[in-house]
Design a binder for this molecule. Structure first.
Ligand SMILES: [Zn+2]
Length: 439
């Protein structure tokens, strides 16, 4: 009885506190050139609520309100853009997912599960619990600094004899998740990788994991945009950016110094890094989903991560960042279509896609980030160019291109297989990185 009441209250608050997307549609627009992509970005400032996918593989999914649909169709026709309808009513999809979350069983403090999407405190508490259970191989810490809303970015360091000074000199593998708030399967997958490295899952791989922990130190941060992640849980399921006020829509102010249209919040944290910052695949409108900020690293979370990694650059051997969706393994570079000098190596490590497919049959396509059009200022390019790292990659997780309605809402039953296949993918990736083939 009490449980039903709690659910009713939660559903009521869902309706009145959580952003609805009733009548919103998702359209898949075919992108055949950089000009097409730029036209989509221009449209964002006019009609389209937001750019959705960043699969960079021939189309862009856009979210549009019912009212703007006719204007949008006219725009597509005048710019010779073709499209198909992916979701008729995004609001209905969000309500369905939210009811599932509310009905998910509670878990004890410190525990974790892969049958639902968890809030930030559950993620952090589980990391701390792992550090207690596996005290010889794991320790947690906060990256120095706080996000705009005052949150910590927590990381876990995993290696054999983690408390020894010698372990700090080992070659370093960095993994992060959740830089885009709404990509919920990213932190979940990173958590599964953490659990597996420590033997909580994938127990049949214990010999392999022990060898990895002997050789490397892993530093893993599952949620590097915690303000955005929490906002996506409590206010707006489709929030992508950070939460810091970013200016006025179209940079238009009124006579009184306020915003002519509306105030904007957040910066795309994966356009905010210093490599080729602000040039391609971005928008100058602070309300845009791909607004890169006023300057590189003007967002606390990107500054915190880059400040942490920079002094470790000599030890760093692999950088991997997890996004969703599209099922892609993206190699450098993202800001230019020119092949990097180490492209042949990137093709070789792309074989990790075979390991992923062998687990559950999911096909992750291996491609250069800027295969079709460039996007400046992302974290993997920064690690590649500024930290001088050959092995710097982005995974776009499930779902693939043909089986989604709202791609960020990966059904809960797919969280576990996504984690499992990405443990296999990561192990195959590590086996082929430059460090492992030099020695
Ligand atoms: Zn992303």
């Amino acid at each position: 009885m009490l449980r039903n009441f709690v659910i009713l209250v939660a559903l009521f608050s869902t309706i009145y506190c959580y952003k609805t997307y009733d009548g919103y549609k998702i359209l898949r627009v075919n992108i055949n050139s950089a000009d097409d992509h730029q036209n989509i970005l221009s449209l964002e400032s006019e009609d389209v609520q937001e750019i959705f996918s960043e699969g960079r593989s021939g189309h862009s999914d856009v979210l549009i309100s019912f009212q703007n649909f006719p204007r949008c169709q006219t725009y597509f026709q005048s710019h010779e853009l073709t499209y198909s309808l992916v979701s008729e009513d995004v609001g209905a999809e969000i309500r369905k997912e939210r009811q599932g979350l509310l009905l998910a069983p509670q878990i004890a403090q410190g525990e974790f599960s892969y049958d639902t999407y968890h809030r930030l405190n559950i993620i952090y508490e589980h990391l701390d619990a792992l550090a207690v259970t596996h005290s010889s191989n794991a320790e947690t810490f906060n990256l120095p600094g706080e996000t705009f809303e005052g949150r910590k970015i927590q990381a876990i360091r995993i290696t054999t004899n983690v408390t020894s000074e010698a372990s700090k000199d080992k070659p370093l593998i960095w993994l992060d998740g959740g830089i885009h708030a709404r990509e919920w399967v990213s932190p979940a997958t990173v958590m599964y990788i953490i659990d597996s490295l420590l033997g909580e899952h994938e127990k049949d791989k214990s010999t392999q994991m022990t060898a990895l922990l002997d050789e490397f130190q892993f530093i893993i941060a599952p949620s590097i945009n915690p303000d955005g992640y929490e906002h996506s849980h409590v206010k707006d399921r489709l929030w992508r950016k950070t939460r810091k006020p970013s200016g006025c829509k179209k940079n238009k102010y009124n006579w009184f110094g306020g915003c002519f249209y509306k105030r904007c919040y957040g910066v795309d944290p994966n356009r905010n890094w210093s490599t080729d910052w602000g040039r391609a695949g971005v928008s100058t409108d602070p309300c845009s989903e791909v607004y890169p900020g006023k300057e590189a690293f003007d967002q606390e979370n990107t500054r915190i991560v880059s400040d942490f990694l920079t002094p470790h650059k000599d030890k760093l051997k692999l950088y991997v960042t997890y996004h969703s969706y599209s099922q892609l393994f993206l190699t450098p570079l993202g800001y230019t279509t020119a092949e990097p000098a180490n492209y042949q190596h990137h093709l070789k490590v792309g074989a990790c896609g075979d390991a992923i497919a062998q687990r559950h049959g999911a096909k992750y396509i291996n491609q250069r980030s800027a295969a079709l059009y460039p996007a400046s200022g992302d974290s993997a390019d920064w690690a590649h160019d500024v930290l001088g790292l050959t092995d710097s990659y982005t995974f776009e997780l499930r779902p693939d291109e043909n089986s989604w309605k709202v791609g960020f809402e990966l059904p809960e039953e797919q969280i576990l297989p996504t984690g499992e296949e990405n443990v296999d993918g990561l192990l195959a990736l590590i086996a082929n990185i430059e460090y492992n083939n030099d020695v």
